[in-house]
Design a protein around this ligand. Sequence first.
Ligand code: NAI
Ligand code: MG
Length: 493
Amino acid sequence: MSDIEHRGPAAPAPLEWEYAPAPEARDIVSFRERYGLYIGGELVDPRSGEWFTTTSPADESPLAEVAQASGEDVDLAVAAARAAYEDGWSSLRPAERAKYLFRIARILQERSRELAVAESLDGGKPIKESRDVDLPLAAAHFFYHAGWADKLEYAFPNRTPRPLGVAGQIIPWNFPLLMLAWKVAPALACGNTVVLKPAETTPLTALMFADVCRQAELPAGVVNIVTGDGSTGAELVRNEGLDKVAFTGSTEVGKAIQRELAGRGIPLTLELGGKAANIVFDDCALDQAVEGIVNGIYFNQGHVCCAGSRLLVQESIAEQLIGKLKRRLQTLRVGDPLDKNTDVGAINSRAQLEKIRELVASGEADGAEIYQPPCVLPERGYWFAPTVFTNVAQSSRIATEEIFGPVLSVLTFRTPDEAVEKANNTPYGLSAGVWTEKGSRILWMASRLRAGVVWANTFNRFDPASPFGGYKESGFGREGGRHGLEAYLRFGG
Ligand code: NAI
Ligand code: MG
């Protein structure tokens, strides 16, 4: 027909298209050989004398040495935070506090490319996600809370909001800098000082954030960063000098922290695991739903507490939807996190990879049917192919436990009542998704789903103004919005 058909080789089928490599520049970031602890505005060597190496999960190469903080180091950090709190931060004019937060927000934007590359190197997430999600949201969180710093009296009229004091904050490895922002921005906006412990596999952007604080001329000791593994976190929680604890991570550790704080009268917020239902009705826009399902579970390798890890699909469209989903999976590109075309990066650690493998094996043993698209995984590093399980029993571990990897379990339902019952049949309650064209059904579902966030015809949407948090074993307390400020304030007096 057209001339084009007669020229050159026949066009390959879409699935055979080769992408040219599109690597982001690795050399925009240069790590130090060694990072000490950030205490009182300085990077200092740990009293413990111990160091560990953080690596890139994509190829297991070492990136930098980081301090393993002991109880003594944690004491020093808490003392520095206390001194900064007493010596001015808590009594600083709120508009001045706002000024520092605005500065931090702007510096995060200015250095976003460097920080995004660092995040992808240290944690394995695709650069397009750290660049387009983690960094913009982290900056947005500081901008948003900068705006509140001098308006707390308006946020809580007639309640006389006051800061709590020194906050101990422990964050996980799935959104390292973003979780730092979720913790640090509201704490500072409300006049508190902080000691933050990043996760042991992803400490580097927190240590670069220390440099951002210095660049912003934030008074020494307002932000302190202690690196180390779970034992450092436990030392922080045990420290008698804290006025507030905030934790994001596993339900198991959240429970241990709650036990440790019992009777100490310290306010606590816990943001823990999830097993979200993504519920698809037969009247939805099917292709949009497929995109939402993919985004819901394969975004960030499924290392997302609110991931849509249980797909509940209405029986009448199950076959068609699963067919479309499998086809879409074939187009996901798994590989180098620094390649701009990569959709699914590396699994964060060997331990997490082993946990995923173990749960997937249990799903197969339970008789669920596994599907993985053909894809070549790199030889070095930690990788797991995007996976869908069908014929999943309600009681199977893959339907009840958090896998925290790129693994979707598909279940079916017939009626809205059954969908609600199955969705709520979990110890968790962090998020849920509903796909339908009927607004009334969205509201009907949202009022019945026991989940902190319910997304309708979309998934994994975040905004600093919107509170986020869970029910039941997903934790308590909210982050973001006016509700999130409340976690860093006391009222009256
Ligand atoms: P984890 O809960 O052990 O790690 C989270 C943070 O807590 C890290 O900074 C860690 O060093 C610290 N920590 C560990 N033990 C502690 C203790 N006893 N006291 C105080 N802090 C402590 O989570 P892990 O082992 O890395 O992952 C295990 C599972 O937890 C994952 O497979 C996933 O299911 C879930 N998880 C959920 C997250 C979420 O966003 N809600 C984030 C990370 C993990
Ligand atoms: Mg690492």
